[in-house]
Design a binder for this molecule. Structure first.
Ligand SMILES: [Zn+2]
Length: 576
Protein backbone atom coordinates (compact mmCIF):
# COMPACT_ATOMS: atom_id res chain seq x y z
CA UNK A 1 0.00 0.00 0.00
CA UNK A 2 1.47 3.33 -0.99
CA UNK A 3 1.70 6.13 1.55
CA UNK A 4 0.13 9.59 1.39
CA UNK A 5 1.69 12.73 2.82
CA UNK A 6 -0.78 15.56 3.33
CA UNK A 7 -0.13 19.18 4.24
CA UNK A 8 -2.51 22.11 4.53
CA UNK A 9 -1.31 25.69 4.14
CA UNK A 10 0.10 26.94 7.41
CA UNK A 11 -2.27 29.31 9.23
CA UNK A 12 -0.53 32.54 10.13
CA UNK A 13 -0.05 32.97 13.87
CA UNK A 14 -1.52 36.46 14.33
CA UNK A 15 -4.85 35.77 15.97
CA UNK A 16 -7.77 33.48 15.26
CA UNK A 17 -8.76 32.39 11.77
CA UNK A 18 -12.23 32.65 10.24
CA UNK A 19 -14.32 29.92 8.65
CA UNK A 20 -12.96 30.80 5.20
CA UNK A 21 -9.47 29.69 6.27
CA UNK A 22 -10.91 26.44 7.57
CA UNK A 23 -12.97 25.77 4.42
CA UNK A 24 -10.12 26.46 2.00
CA UNK A 25 -7.35 24.24 3.34
CA UNK A 26 -7.40 22.59 6.78
CA UNK A 27 -10.88 21.07 6.71
CA UNK A 28 -10.75 19.41 3.27
CA UNK A 29 -7.22 18.19 4.08
CA UNK A 30 -8.58 16.64 7.27
CA UNK A 31 -11.48 14.96 5.45
CA UNK A 32 -9.02 13.55 2.94
CA UNK A 33 -6.63 12.37 5.68
CA UNK A 34 -9.44 10.63 7.60
CA UNK A 35 -10.70 8.96 4.43
CA UNK A 36 -7.23 7.75 3.49
CA UNK A 37 -6.56 6.42 7.00
CA UNK A 38 -9.78 4.39 6.86
CA UNK A 39 -8.75 3.07 3.45
CA UNK A 40 -5.00 2.52 3.77
CA UNK A 41 -4.42 2.24 7.51
CA UNK A 42 -3.33 5.12 9.71
CA UNK A 43 0.37 4.21 9.44
CA UNK A 44 0.27 4.94 5.70
CA UNK A 45 -1.02 8.48 6.04
CA UNK A 46 0.70 11.51 7.52
CA UNK A 47 -1.15 14.81 7.88
CA UNK A 48 1.10 17.73 8.85
CA UNK A 49 0.35 21.36 9.58
CA UNK A 50 1.82 24.13 11.74
CA UNK A 51 1.51 27.77 12.64
CA UNK A 52 3.44 30.14 10.37
CA UNK A 53 5.08 32.35 12.98
CA UNK A 54 7.67 34.63 11.40
CA UNK A 55 7.34 37.93 9.60
CA UNK A 56 6.26 41.46 10.28
CA UNK A 57 2.53 40.99 10.92
CA UNK A 58 3.37 38.78 13.92
CA UNK A 59 5.92 41.31 15.17
CA UNK A 60 3.42 44.12 14.95
CA UNK A 61 0.60 42.10 16.53
CA UNK A 62 2.92 41.24 19.43
CA UNK A 63 3.75 44.94 19.89
CA UNK A 64 0.07 45.73 19.99
CA UNK A 65 -0.56 43.12 22.69
CA UNK A 66 2.52 44.23 24.60
CA UNK A 67 4.09 40.78 24.51
CA UNK A 68 7.58 39.70 23.48
CA UNK A 69 7.21 38.17 20.03
CA UNK A 70 8.27 34.69 21.17
CA UNK A 71 5.60 34.71 23.90
CA UNK A 72 3.02 36.06 21.51
CA UNK A 73 3.72 33.31 18.97
CA UNK A 74 3.61 30.61 21.66
CA UNK A 75 0.32 31.96 22.97
CA UNK A 76 -1.43 32.03 19.60
CA UNK A 77 -0.01 28.68 18.59
CA UNK A 78 -1.69 27.23 21.70
CA UNK A 79 -4.96 29.06 21.08
CA UNK A 80 -5.11 28.02 17.43
CA UNK A 81 -4.22 24.42 18.25
CA UNK A 82 -7.03 24.15 20.78
CA UNK A 83 -9.55 25.55 18.27
CA UNK A 84 -8.39 23.08 15.62
CA UNK A 85 -8.77 20.29 18.16
CA UNK A 86 -12.30 21.57 18.72
CA UNK A 87 -12.96 21.21 14.99
CA UNK A 88 -11.56 17.65 15.16
CA UNK A 89 -8.72 18.39 12.75
CA UNK A 90 -6.72 15.19 12.95
CA UNK A 91 -3.18 16.44 12.34
CA UNK A 92 -0.56 13.80 12.95
CA UNK A 93 1.47 16.79 14.04
CA UNK A 94 0.76 20.49 14.37
CA UNK A 95 4.12 22.21 14.56
CA UNK A 96 5.58 25.70 14.72
CA UNK A 97 7.67 27.35 12.01
CA UNK A 98 9.79 28.92 14.77
CA UNK A 99 10.90 25.47 15.95
CA UNK A 100 14.60 24.57 16.16
CA UNK A 101 13.91 21.87 13.56
CA UNK A 102 12.70 24.43 11.05
CA UNK A 103 15.56 26.80 11.83
CA UNK A 104 18.04 24.02 11.11
CA UNK A 105 16.31 22.91 7.90
CA UNK A 106 15.86 26.45 6.56
CA UNK A 107 19.55 27.18 7.10
CA UNK A 108 20.48 23.84 5.53
CA UNK A 109 18.40 24.58 2.42
CA UNK A 110 19.95 28.04 2.15
CA UNK A 111 23.48 26.65 2.47
CA UNK A 112 22.80 24.07 -0.22
CA UNK A 113 21.29 26.67 -2.54
CA UNK A 114 24.20 29.04 -1.89
CA UNK A 115 26.78 26.32 -2.57
CA UNK A 116 24.95 25.38 -5.77
CA UNK A 117 25.02 28.95 -7.04
CA UNK A 118 21.25 29.41 -6.81
CA UNK A 119 21.52 32.39 -4.44
CA UNK A 120 23.40 35.63 -4.71
CA UNK A 121 23.78 38.86 -2.77
CA UNK A 122 22.28 41.95 -4.31
CA UNK A 123 22.02 45.49 -3.18
CA UNK A 124 18.42 46.44 -3.34
CA UNK A 125 16.61 49.63 -2.97
CA UNK A 126 14.20 49.23 -0.14
CA UNK A 127 11.45 51.42 1.13
CA UNK A 128 12.37 53.27 4.32
CA UNK A 129 9.73 55.19 6.22
CA UNK A 130 11.00 58.40 7.75
CA UNK A 131 7.82 58.74 9.79
CA UNK A 132 8.11 55.21 11.18
CA UNK A 133 11.93 55.26 11.30
CA UNK A 134 12.27 51.75 9.85
CA UNK A 135 12.55 49.77 6.66
CA UNK A 136 9.11 48.72 5.58
CA UNK A 137 8.55 45.13 4.58
CA UNK A 138 6.87 44.84 1.20
CA UNK A 139 3.41 44.22 2.59
CA UNK A 140 3.60 47.37 4.69
CA UNK A 141 3.84 49.57 1.68
CA UNK A 142 0.44 50.18 0.13
CA UNK A 143 -0.57 52.00 -3.00
CA UNK A 144 -2.39 51.66 -6.29
CA UNK A 145 -1.88 48.44 -8.29
CA UNK A 146 -0.28 49.24 -11.67
CA UNK A 147 -2.16 46.31 -13.26
CA UNK A 148 -5.75 46.68 -12.07
CA UNK A 149 -5.90 50.07 -10.36
CA UNK A 150 -6.92 48.66 -6.95
CA UNK A 151 -6.02 51.46 -4.54
CA UNK A 152 -5.08 49.39 -1.49
CA UNK A 153 -2.67 46.95 -3.12
CA UNK A 154 0.11 45.73 -0.85
CA UNK A 155 3.74 45.89 -1.90
CA UNK A 156 4.08 42.10 -2.15
CA UNK A 157 0.85 41.15 -3.87
CA UNK A 158 -2.33 42.76 -5.09
CA UNK A 159 -5.16 40.98 -3.34
CA UNK A 160 -7.60 42.19 -5.97
CA UNK A 161 -5.93 40.75 -9.09
CA UNK A 162 -3.53 38.34 -7.21
CA UNK A 163 -0.51 39.62 -9.17
CA UNK A 164 2.76 39.55 -7.30
CA UNK A 165 4.20 43.02 -6.90
CA UNK A 166 7.27 44.83 -5.78
CA UNK A 167 6.76 47.93 -3.59
CA UNK A 168 8.41 50.13 -6.23
CA UNK A 169 5.70 49.07 -8.70
CA UNK A 170 3.02 50.78 -6.64
CA UNK A 171 1.58 54.09 -7.72
CA UNK A 172 1.41 56.68 -4.90
CA UNK A 173 3.07 54.42 -2.31
CA UNK A 174 2.66 55.09 1.39
CA UNK A 175 3.39 53.43 4.72
CA UNK A 176 0.68 51.05 5.87
CA UNK A 177 1.76 51.69 9.45
CA UNK A 178 1.43 55.44 9.67
CA UNK A 179 -0.17 56.18 6.29
CA UNK A 180 2.68 58.58 5.70
CA UNK A 181 3.83 59.16 2.11
CA UNK A 182 7.15 60.38 3.57
CA UNK A 183 9.04 57.31 2.46
CA UNK A 184 12.32 57.04 0.65
CA UNK A 185 14.29 54.32 -0.96
CA UNK A 186 17.58 53.28 0.59
CA UNK A 187 20.20 50.71 -0.31
CA UNK A 188 20.42 47.45 1.60
CA UNK A 189 21.89 44.00 0.81
CA UNK A 190 19.77 40.89 0.53
CA UNK A 191 20.03 37.29 -0.58
CA UNK A 192 18.19 36.51 -3.80
CA UNK A 193 16.88 33.17 -4.96
CA UNK A 194 17.57 32.93 -8.69
CA UNK A 195 14.10 31.80 -9.66
CA UNK A 196 14.35 33.06 -13.22
CA UNK A 197 16.81 30.27 -14.06
CA UNK A 198 14.07 27.75 -13.20
CA UNK A 199 11.31 29.30 -15.31
CA UNK A 200 11.51 26.66 -18.04
CA UNK A 201 11.72 23.73 -15.66
CA UNK A 202 8.79 24.99 -13.57
CA UNK A 203 6.66 25.65 -16.65
CA UNK A 204 7.24 22.17 -18.04
CA UNK A 205 6.35 20.70 -14.66
CA UNK A 206 3.13 22.76 -14.32
CA UNK A 207 2.09 22.08 -17.92
CA UNK A 208 2.47 18.38 -17.20
CA UNK A 209 0.10 18.66 -14.24
CA UNK A 210 -2.65 20.49 -16.13
CA UNK A 211 -5.00 17.54 -16.42
CA UNK A 212 -4.38 16.39 -12.85
CA UNK A 213 -4.58 19.65 -10.92
CA UNK A 214 -7.64 21.86 -11.04
CA UNK A 215 -7.70 25.00 -13.14
CA UNK A 216 -7.74 27.12 -9.94
CA UNK A 217 -4.15 26.01 -9.42
CA UNK A 218 -2.67 25.75 -12.92
CA UNK A 219 -4.20 28.98 -14.24
CA UNK A 220 -2.77 31.00 -11.34
CA UNK A 221 0.62 29.30 -11.66
CA UNK A 222 0.82 29.81 -15.42
CA UNK A 223 -0.32 33.41 -15.15
CA UNK A 224 2.55 33.99 -12.75
CA UNK A 225 5.00 32.37 -15.15
CA UNK A 226 3.59 34.32 -18.10
CA UNK A 227 4.38 37.55 -16.29
CA UNK A 228 8.02 36.49 -16.23
CA UNK A 229 9.56 34.71 -13.28
CA UNK A 230 11.73 37.14 -11.36
CA UNK A 231 14.47 36.41 -8.86
CA UNK A 232 13.18 36.86 -5.36
CA UNK A 233 14.73 38.43 -2.26
CA UNK A 234 14.64 35.85 0.51
CA UNK A 235 15.97 37.89 3.44
CA UNK A 236 14.53 40.75 5.48
CA UNK A 237 15.68 43.40 7.95
CA UNK A 238 13.85 41.98 10.94
CA UNK A 239 14.83 40.43 14.24
CA UNK A 240 12.23 37.68 14.49
CA UNK A 241 12.91 34.84 12.08
CA UNK A 242 15.51 32.29 11.01
CA UNK A 243 18.90 34.08 11.02
CA UNK A 244 21.03 33.94 7.89
CA UNK A 245 24.07 31.86 8.93
CA UNK A 246 27.46 33.57 8.88
CA UNK A 247 28.92 31.00 6.51
CA UNK A 248 26.71 32.29 3.70
CA UNK A 249 28.17 35.24 1.74
CA UNK A 250 31.07 35.69 4.20
CA UNK A 251 28.80 37.05 6.90
CA UNK A 252 27.71 39.99 4.74
CA UNK A 253 24.11 39.44 5.80
CA UNK A 254 24.70 39.33 9.51
CA UNK A 255 21.65 40.36 11.49
CA UNK A 256 19.17 39.58 8.73
CA UNK A 257 16.60 36.82 8.77
CA UNK A 258 15.04 34.73 6.02
CA UNK A 259 11.84 36.01 4.52
CA UNK A 260 8.84 34.27 6.04
CA UNK A 261 7.81 32.95 2.63
CA UNK A 262 11.15 31.14 2.36
CA UNK A 263 10.99 29.38 5.72
CA UNK A 264 7.22 28.75 5.99
CA UNK A 265 6.91 25.99 3.34
CA UNK A 266 10.12 24.40 4.63
CA UNK A 267 8.16 23.99 7.88
CA UNK A 268 6.12 21.25 6.17
CA UNK A 269 9.35 19.30 6.47
CA UNK A 270 10.28 20.96 9.77
CA UNK A 271 6.98 19.95 11.39
CA UNK A 272 7.46 16.38 10.15
CA UNK A 273 10.82 16.44 11.88
CA UNK A 274 9.14 17.82 15.03
CA UNK A 275 6.70 14.87 14.77
CA UNK A 276 9.57 12.39 14.46
CA UNK A 277 11.42 13.92 17.41
CA UNK A 278 8.26 13.95 19.53
CA UNK A 279 7.72 10.24 18.98
CA UNK A 280 11.35 9.38 19.67
CA UNK A 281 12.14 8.18 16.13
CA UNK A 282 14.33 11.09 14.98
CA UNK A 283 14.90 9.91 11.40
CA UNK A 284 11.26 8.96 10.68
CA UNK A 285 10.63 12.28 8.90
CA UNK A 286 13.21 11.49 6.23
CA UNK A 287 11.30 8.39 5.14
CA UNK A 288 8.49 10.72 4.02
CA UNK A 289 10.55 13.50 2.50
CA UNK A 290 13.75 12.12 0.99
CA UNK A 291 14.51 9.70 -1.78
CA UNK A 292 15.00 6.82 -2.07
CA UNK A 293 13.09 5.88 1.12
CA UNK A 294 9.99 7.81 0.07
CA UNK A 295 9.53 6.19 -3.34
CA UNK A 296 6.04 5.00 -2.31
CA UNK A 297 4.90 8.42 -1.02
CA UNK A 298 2.37 10.61 -2.82
CA UNK A 299 2.46 14.19 -1.55
CA UNK A 300 -0.73 16.26 -1.62
CA UNK A 301 -0.94 19.94 -0.63
CA UNK A 302 -4.17 21.81 0.24
CA UNK A 303 -4.43 25.60 0.05
CA UNK A 304 -6.49 28.66 -0.81
CA UNK A 305 -5.80 30.33 -4.16
CA UNK A 306 -3.76 33.14 -2.59
CA UNK A 307 -1.14 30.56 -1.61
CA UNK A 308 -0.82 28.98 -5.04
CA UNK A 309 2.04 31.12 -6.44
CA UNK A 310 4.43 30.35 -3.61
CA UNK A 311 3.59 26.64 -3.71
CA UNK A 312 3.87 26.26 -7.48
CA UNK A 313 6.97 28.40 -7.93
CA UNK A 314 8.72 29.59 -4.75
CA UNK A 315 8.89 26.39 -2.73
CA UNK A 316 9.44 24.15 -5.80
CA UNK A 317 12.46 26.28 -6.76
CA UNK A 318 13.86 25.74 -3.24
CA UNK A 319 13.36 21.99 -3.66
CA UNK A 320 14.56 21.72 -7.28
CA UNK A 321 17.60 23.91 -6.63
CA UNK A 322 18.60 21.85 -3.59
CA UNK A 323 18.02 18.59 -5.44
CA UNK A 324 20.54 19.50 -8.14
CA UNK A 325 23.36 18.82 -5.71
CA UNK A 326 21.80 16.09 -3.59
CA UNK A 327 21.90 12.33 -3.94
CA UNK A 328 18.90 12.12 -1.64
CA UNK A 329 16.43 14.42 -3.39
CA UNK A 330 13.59 16.07 -1.50
CA UNK A 331 9.97 15.31 -2.32
CA UNK A 332 8.32 17.67 -4.76
CA UNK A 333 4.55 17.98 -4.46
CA UNK A 334 2.54 15.49 -6.55
CA UNK A 335 -0.85 17.09 -6.28
CA UNK A 336 -2.09 20.52 -5.27
CA UNK A 337 -5.74 20.98 -4.32
CA UNK A 338 -6.50 24.69 -4.49
CA UNK A 339 -9.66 26.44 -3.32
CA UNK A 340 -11.45 29.65 -4.16
CA UNK A 341 -12.86 31.89 -1.43
CA UNK A 342 -15.65 31.21 0.96
CA UNK A 343 -17.36 34.58 1.16
CA UNK A 344 -19.77 35.91 3.74
CA UNK A 345 -22.98 37.16 2.08
CA UNK A 346 -21.09 37.59 -1.17
CA UNK A 347 -18.40 39.82 0.39
CA UNK A 348 -15.14 39.08 2.10
CA UNK A 349 -14.85 38.00 5.68
CA UNK A 350 -13.50 41.05 7.46
CA UNK A 351 -11.90 41.23 10.88
CA UNK A 352 -11.85 45.01 10.97
CA UNK A 353 -15.49 45.38 9.92
CA UNK A 354 -16.58 42.49 12.17
CA UNK A 355 -18.16 40.63 9.28
CA UNK A 356 -18.23 36.87 9.18
CA UNK A 357 -17.59 34.11 11.67
CA UNK A 358 -14.35 33.26 13.39
CA UNK A 359 -13.54 29.72 14.30
CA UNK A 360 -13.76 30.16 18.08
CA UNK A 361 -17.17 31.85 17.74
CA UNK A 362 -18.41 29.06 15.50
CA UNK A 363 -17.60 26.45 18.13
CA UNK A 364 -19.31 28.48 20.85
CA UNK A 365 -22.52 28.40 18.82
CA UNK A 366 -22.66 24.85 17.51
CA UNK A 367 -20.65 21.60 17.55
CA UNK A 368 -17.97 21.11 14.92
CA UNK A 369 -19.92 18.65 12.75
CA UNK A 370 -22.59 21.25 11.83
CA UNK A 371 -19.85 23.46 10.37
CA UNK A 372 -17.80 20.65 8.90
CA UNK A 373 -20.73 19.27 6.93
CA UNK A 374 -21.88 22.65 5.69
CA UNK A 375 -18.40 23.78 4.66
CA UNK A 376 -17.62 20.56 2.80
CA UNK A 377 -21.05 20.45 1.11
CA UNK A 378 -20.42 24.04 -0.05
CA UNK A 379 -16.66 23.85 -0.57
CA UNK A 380 -15.44 26.75 -2.75
CA UNK A 381 -14.00 24.44 -5.38
CA UNK A 382 -14.76 25.53 -8.94
CA UNK A 383 -15.88 29.01 -7.87
CA UNK A 384 -16.19 31.16 -4.77
CA UNK A 385 -19.05 30.14 -2.50
CA UNK A 386 -21.01 32.32 -0.15
CA UNK A 387 -22.09 31.70 3.42
CA UNK A 388 -25.47 32.95 4.56
CA UNK A 389 -27.21 32.04 7.80
CA UNK A 390 -30.41 31.10 5.94
CA UNK A 391 -28.54 28.65 3.72
CA UNK A 392 -26.61 27.27 6.66
CA UNK A 393 -29.80 26.76 8.70
CA UNK A 394 -31.61 25.16 5.75
CA UNK A 395 -28.71 22.73 5.19
CA UNK A 396 -28.46 21.77 8.86
CA UNK A 397 -32.21 21.36 9.27
CA UNK A 398 -32.72 19.35 6.12
CA UNK A 399 -29.62 17.24 5.60
CA UNK A 400 -28.37 16.72 9.13
CA UNK A 401 -31.51 16.90 11.30
CA UNK A 402 -34.18 15.51 8.93
CA UNK A 403 -32.32 13.13 6.65
CA UNK A 404 -29.58 11.72 8.89
CA UNK A 405 -30.64 12.47 12.46
CA UNK A 406 -34.25 11.50 12.06
CA UNK A 407 -33.41 8.18 10.40
CA UNK A 408 -31.08 7.10 13.19
CA UNK A 409 -33.38 8.22 15.96
CA UNK A 410 -36.50 6.70 14.47
CA UNK A 411 -34.89 3.31 13.82
CA UNK A 412 -33.16 2.94 17.17
CA UNK A 413 -36.13 4.19 19.23
CA UNK A 414 -38.50 1.81 17.51
CA UNK A 415 -36.01 -1.06 17.79
CA UNK A 416 -35.63 -0.48 21.53
CA UNK A 417 -39.36 -0.27 22.07
CA UNK A 418 -40.13 -3.46 20.15
CA UNK A 419 -37.04 -5.65 20.36
CA UNK A 420 -35.28 -4.54 23.55
CA UNK A 421 -31.65 -3.45 23.50
CA UNK A 422 -30.13 -6.14 21.26
CA UNK A 423 -30.25 -6.67 17.50
CA UNK A 424 -33.14 -9.09 16.74
CA UNK A 425 -32.43 -12.47 15.08
CA UNK A 426 -35.75 -13.25 13.37
CA UNK A 427 -36.59 -13.01 9.69
CA UNK A 428 -34.61 -13.18 6.48
CA UNK A 429 -33.42 -10.68 3.89
CA UNK A 430 -35.66 -10.30 0.86
CA UNK A 431 -35.83 -8.32 -2.40
CA UNK A 432 -36.04 -4.97 -0.56
CA UNK A 433 -32.69 -5.68 1.11
CA UNK A 434 -31.21 -6.83 -2.21
CA UNK A 435 -32.35 -3.61 -3.89
CA UNK A 436 -30.82 -1.60 -1.06
CA UNK A 437 -27.50 -3.43 -1.42
CA UNK A 438 -27.37 -2.78 -5.16
CA UNK A 439 -28.14 0.89 -4.67
CA UNK A 440 -25.62 1.26 -1.86
CA UNK A 441 -22.88 -0.42 -3.81
CA UNK A 442 -23.23 2.13 -6.58
CA UNK A 443 -23.41 5.09 -4.16
CA UNK A 444 -20.45 3.94 -2.06
CA UNK A 445 -18.45 3.51 -5.26
CA UNK A 446 -19.26 7.06 -6.41
CA UNK A 447 -18.60 8.52 -2.97
CA UNK A 448 -15.23 6.79 -2.74
CA UNK A 449 -14.19 8.05 -6.16
CA UNK A 450 -15.18 11.63 -5.31
CA UNK A 451 -13.15 11.54 -2.09
CA UNK A 452 -10.21 9.93 -3.87
CA UNK A 453 -10.35 12.70 -6.49
CA UNK A 454 -10.82 15.34 -3.78
CA UNK A 455 -14.12 16.57 -5.25
CA UNK A 456 -15.53 17.51 -1.86
CA UNK A 457 -18.85 19.04 -2.87
CA UNK A 458 -19.71 16.02 -4.96
CA UNK A 459 -18.54 13.71 -2.17
CA UNK A 460 -20.93 15.41 0.28
CA UNK A 461 -23.75 14.96 -2.25
CA UNK A 462 -23.04 11.24 -2.52
CA UNK A 463 -22.89 10.88 1.26
CA UNK A 464 -26.24 12.60 1.52
CA UNK A 465 -27.59 10.27 -1.18
CA UNK A 466 -26.55 7.33 1.01
CA UNK A 467 -28.48 8.82 3.95
CA UNK A 468 -31.49 9.30 1.64
CA UNK A 469 -31.23 5.68 0.50
CA UNK A 470 -31.31 4.58 4.15
CA UNK A 471 -34.48 6.62 4.74
CA UNK A 472 -36.11 5.24 1.62
CA UNK A 473 -35.24 1.70 2.65
CA UNK A 474 -37.07 1.99 5.97
CA UNK A 475 -39.96 3.79 4.28
CA UNK A 476 -40.43 0.79 1.96
CA UNK A 477 -39.62 -1.93 4.51
CA UNK A 478 -41.83 -0.13 7.05
CA UNK A 479 -40.94 -2.17 10.15
CA UNK A 480 -43.43 -0.07 12.18
CA UNK A 481 -46.22 -1.46 9.97
CA UNK A 482 -45.02 -5.03 9.50
CA UNK A 483 -44.56 -5.46 13.26
CA UNK A 484 -48.34 -5.90 13.43
CA UNK A 485 -48.66 -8.45 10.61
CA UNK A 486 -45.24 -10.10 10.24
CA UNK A 487 -42.96 -9.51 13.26
CA UNK A 488 -40.13 -11.58 11.72
CA UNK A 489 -40.03 -9.31 8.66
CA UNK A 490 -40.01 -6.28 10.95
CA UNK A 491 -37.06 -7.76 12.87
CA UNK A 492 -35.13 -8.40 9.64
CA UNK A 493 -35.71 -4.81 8.52
CA UNK A 494 -34.50 -3.48 11.86
CA UNK A 495 -31.41 -5.66 11.69
CA UNK A 496 -30.63 -4.22 8.27
CA UNK A 497 -31.38 -0.67 9.43
CA UNK A 498 -29.01 -1.03 12.40
CA UNK A 499 -26.34 -2.28 10.01
CA UNK A 500 -27.06 0.75 7.84
CA UNK A 501 -26.33 2.96 10.85
CA UNK A 502 -22.99 1.18 11.32
CA UNK A 503 -22.16 1.59 7.64
CA UNK A 504 -23.20 5.25 7.72
CA UNK A 505 -20.87 5.74 10.71
CA UNK A 506 -17.91 4.49 8.67
CA UNK A 507 -18.81 6.49 5.57
CA UNK A 508 -19.66 9.73 7.40
CA UNK A 509 -16.56 9.70 9.63
CA UNK A 510 -14.29 11.75 7.32
CA UNK A 511 -16.78 14.64 7.21
CA UNK A 512 -18.63 14.47 10.57
CA UNK A 513 -16.32 12.50 12.86
CA UNK A 514 -18.00 13.22 16.21
CA UNK A 515 -21.41 12.13 14.94
CA UNK A 516 -19.84 9.08 13.32
CA UNK A 517 -18.30 8.09 16.66
CA UNK A 518 -21.66 8.47 18.39
CA UNK A 519 -23.32 6.29 15.73
CA UNK A 520 -20.60 3.66 15.90
CA UNK A 521 -20.82 3.45 19.69
CA UNK A 522 -24.61 3.26 19.56
CA UNK A 523 -24.47 0.10 17.44
CA UNK A 524 -21.48 -1.46 19.20
CA UNK A 525 -18.66 -0.63 16.76
CA UNK A 526 -15.27 0.69 17.87
CA UNK A 527 -15.15 4.28 16.52
CA UNK A 528 -11.36 4.11 16.37
CA UNK A 529 -11.38 1.07 14.12
CA UNK A 530 -13.67 2.05 11.28
CA UNK A 531 -12.47 0.46 8.05
CA UNK A 532 -13.60 1.71 4.65
CA UNK A 533 -15.95 -0.78 2.90
CA UNK A 534 -14.31 -2.57 0.00
CA UNK A 535 -16.46 -5.67 -0.28
CA UNK A 536 -20.05 -6.30 -1.32
CA UNK A 537 -22.59 -3.92 0.21
CA UNK A 538 -24.74 -6.95 1.09
CA UNK A 539 -21.93 -8.20 3.35
CA UNK A 540 -21.52 -4.74 4.89
CA UNK A 541 -25.19 -4.93 5.85
CA UNK A 542 -24.66 -8.18 7.77
CA UNK A 543 -21.64 -7.17 9.84
CA UNK A 544 -23.57 -6.31 12.99
CA UNK A 545 -25.01 -9.65 14.11
CA UNK A 546 -28.13 -10.62 15.98
CA UNK A 547 -27.62 -10.31 19.74
CA UNK A 548 -25.36 -7.24 19.49
CA UNK A 549 -26.34 -4.65 22.10
CA UNK A 550 -27.24 -1.16 20.96
CA UNK A 551 -28.30 2.12 22.53
CA UNK A 552 -30.26 5.16 21.39
CA UNK A 553 -27.92 8.18 21.14
CA UNK A 554 -29.16 11.65 22.19
CA UNK A 555 -30.65 13.74 19.36
CA UNK A 556 -27.81 14.08 16.85
CA UNK A 557 -28.64 17.47 15.34
CA UNK A 558 -30.95 20.17 16.67
CA UNK A 559 -32.81 22.34 14.18
CA UNK A 560 -31.96 26.01 13.85
CA UNK A 561 -35.07 28.10 14.38
CA UNK A 562 -35.87 31.37 12.56
CA UNK A 563 -35.31 33.53 15.65
CA UNK A 564 -31.87 31.95 16.15
CA UNK A 565 -30.99 32.71 12.54
CA UNK A 566 -32.08 36.31 13.01
CA UNK A 567 -30.03 36.65 16.17
CA UNK A 568 -26.92 35.29 14.42
CA UNK A 569 -27.41 37.68 11.52
CA UNK A 570 -27.66 40.57 13.93
CA UNK A 571 -24.55 39.47 15.83
CA UNK A 572 -22.29 38.67 12.88
CA UNK A 573 -23.61 41.04 10.24
CA UNK A 574 -26.00 39.58 7.71
CA UNK A 575 -26.37 42.11 4.91
CA UNK A 576 -23.75 43.10 2.42
ZN1 LIG B 1 -4.10 44.45 -8.98
Amino acid sequence: MSRILITSALPYVNGIKHLGNLAGSMLPADVYARFQRARRGAENVLYICATDEHGTPAELAALEEGLPIADYAAKYHRIQKSIYDGFQLSFDYFGRSSSPQNHALTQEFARTLWAGGHLDVRTTRQVYSNADKRFLPDRYVIGTCPHCGYDRARGDQCENCTRVLDPVDLIEPRSALSGSPDIEIKDTSHLFLKQSAFAGEIRTWIEGKKSEWGTVVTSIALKWLDEGLRDRGITRDLEWGVPVPDDIADGKLKGKVFYVWFDAPIEYIGATREWADAKGDPTAWERWWRAPDNADVRYVEFMGKDNVPFHTVGFPVTILGSNKSSNRPWKLVDEIKGFNWLNYYGGKFSTSQKRGIFMDQALEILPADYWRYYLIANAPESADSSFTWEHFAATVNKDLADVLGNFVNRVLKFATARFGSTVPAEGKDGPTEQDLAIRLERLIGLYTVQLEEMQFRKAAQELRAIWVAANEYVAVAAPWTTIKTDPAASAASIRTAINLIGLIAVLSAPIIPQTASALAEAVGLDPNKLIWPTGKAADELRKIKAGQAFTVPPVLFGKLLPDQVEAYEARFGGDS
